[in-house]
Design a protein around this ligand. Sequence first.
Ligand code: TMP
Length: 239
Amino acid sequence: MEQLEQVYEGKAKKVFRTDDPALYIVEYKDDATAFNGLKKGTIAGKGVINNQMTNRLMAKMEKAGIPTHFVRELSPRQTLVKKVSIVPLEVIIRNISAGSFAKRYGVEEGIVFDQPTIEFSYKNDALGDPLINSYHALALKLATAEELDTIRRYAFAVNDTLKAFWAECGVTLVDFKLEFGRLEDGTIVLADEISPDTCRLWDSKTQKKLDKDRFRRDLGGVEDAYQEIMERLLCHDAD
Ligand code: TMP
């Protein structure tokens, strides 16, 4: 597999073409941003952790019947993935109130919901990723009704598998953001990453935050939290 030119650089990852037109290489950076890029920093070792964690979790999703873009890990920071065109939606599932949900609706963090919620944001940095509903997504032609049904079904299935897995590691899955892509033939697959950058993960006993909120909110111990959550994953990852 030959790495060709860079096609895209995002806030946390770079994407390269390869000599196979159906495959891309993603490379995870240590760069961290928050609040739509207003806050910038570096989290040493984050790229390696996010790459390795994403790949292990993507493999679990495949086992659970959710198709993903994952092909194989190439190196500590690089992974071979299927080329997709990203559906411009951020798909957010919540099990417990936190973050923008708590702020928007004026409730405290930590309320356990009777059932998970789903919401969509329009993935558009210039607009600050505004919250939208499925009718807006259809009006904007971001996805078809059938694609939205598939995305919703996969997102809840990811939640079931991920929540159960993290519970075994003594970690509570509070909420997370997913992105989906279309393969050349239109098939919807899970893409992007599943990492402490894109999930809220709390220690089940102490509620200690083991995710990017430590960076967003200047809580300190950011690198240690990323290391700790990776160790939690590995000790339960014998299968
Ligand atoms: P929120 O409470 O700020 O809306 O975040 C919900 C979840 O989505 C949380 O686990 C963090 C994740 N997230 C991202 O992955 N990228 C983003 O740009 C934002 C705002 C949140």
